[in-house]
Design a protein around this ligand. Structure first.
Ligand code: SF4
Length: 349
């Protein structure tokens, strides 16, 4: 029987873990005992760098090039292929005419909510990422005061979504200062943190971070990002339990990815394991048509039987909503299989 330690980690634990993350494909493959780079189509010098924390690599099966966690992070030559319809910025987040990017570091896509780019960095580089080509240099963290000034002036904003990169890569002091600044704005009632760190680097959930979130005036929701049940183990359970005990609402979003989680049983197992660890499944995203990610893409006809099998077998509260994002959309759009096109109404995110 596993005896879980539900004490948060010390800050040096996650910083040390990140420092020693795999950054070279050769080193990761050697650790996993995988040879024959050429036959496996691996790109050893990818433009979008490889980055994998060691704790995440430990959850990958040794010698298995098809491991679903490895496939999320391993750079392949196929990423360099041009595929018609797959573009650098499929959601047009850099298009100021659609209302994005007018204040550096702030994406004002949604009614009553803004998304704040807090840091360009992540603890892991997911090959399918829809922001893998995002112009982070135009949205530098040093511009955070401009974003805060814009939020302070607009009293229609009730919720601030901290995004990135990954906002939890800010250190404990930086996160505490940002939460304090947002807490000081009376019209901001909720703070949502979109992060993959409790999954890929659970040591990031330190005692100071938990205390900051627990003491905030604003209600805090954390939307984590897990795509496969193999990503969840006793380290993620420990991190998530610390957050839940501090009163943080925990939701999960996943991306539907060909060859990784593109079968109903995997996604059913993920929903059940997430719930065991105190997290409600929230969204299952159709993949975006991002340049370099065509090998992960499923169309609606492939997604339909998977989602219908999930609906048949899961209770409603464990069924994530299947959605896609459309450029200029004011919210995520539910996928409607009957019409084989998006419904003309949208859910609130
Ligand atoms: S953690 Fe999120 S933002 Fe970072 S690479 Fe992965 S999907 Fe993209």
């Amino acid at each position: 029987m596993i005896t879980l330690n539900h004490t948060p980690w010390h800050p040096s634990d996650w910083q040390s873990e990140l420092k020693h993350a795999f950054r070279q494909p050769e080193a990761l493959l050697e650790y996993l005992d995988i040879a024959n780079v050429a036959a496996n189509g691996i790109d050893l010098q990818p433009d979008f760098a490889l980055l994998v924390p060691r704790g995440y690599a430990q959850r990958i099966e040794q010698g298995n090039i098809q491991d679903p966690l490895l496939r999320q992070v391993l750079s392949l030559q196929s990423e360099n292929e041009q595929t018609p319809g797959f573009v650098m910025d499929p959601l047009q987040e850099g298009n100021a005419e659609l209302g994005y990017g007018q204040t550096p570091g702030l994406l004002h896509k949604y009614q009553g909510r803004v998304l704040m780019i807090t840091t360009p960095a992540c603890a892991i580089n997911c090959r399918y990422c829809f922001r893998r080509h995002f112009p982070y240099t135009d949205h530098k963290p040093k511009d955070q005061h401009l974003a805060l000034e814009a939020i302070a002036k607009d009293t229609s904003i009730h919720e601030v979504i901290l995004s990135g990169g990954d906002p939890l890569l800010m250190n404990d002091d930086g996160m505490a200062a940002l939460i304090q600044d947002l807490d000081a704005l009376a019209h901001v009632k909720r703070i949502r943190i979109h992060t993959r760190l409790p999954i890929v680097l659970p040591q990031r959930v330190t005692a100071d971070l938990v205390a900051t979130l627990e003491d905030a005036r604003c209600k805090i929701t954390m939307v984590i990002h897990s795509n496969h049940p193999n990503e969840l183990d006793e380290t993620t359970e420990r991190a998530l339990t610390c957050l839940r005990r501090a009163g943080i609402t925990l939701l999960n979003q996943s991306v539907l990815l060909k060859g990784i989680n593109s079968d109903a049983q995997t996604l059913i197992n993920l929903s059940e394991l997430l719930f065991d660890q105190g997290v409600l499944p929230y969204y299952l995203h159709m993949p975006d048509k991002v340049a370099g990610t065509a090998h992960f893409y499923l169309d609606d006809s492939e997604a339909q039987p998977i989602y219908e099998a999930m609906r048949e077998q899961l209770p409603g509260y464990l069924l994530p909503r299947l959605v896609r994002e459309l450029p200029g959309g004011i919210a995520k759009t539910p996928v409607n299989f009957e019409q084989r096109q998006p419904l003309n109404f949208q859910t609130n995110i």
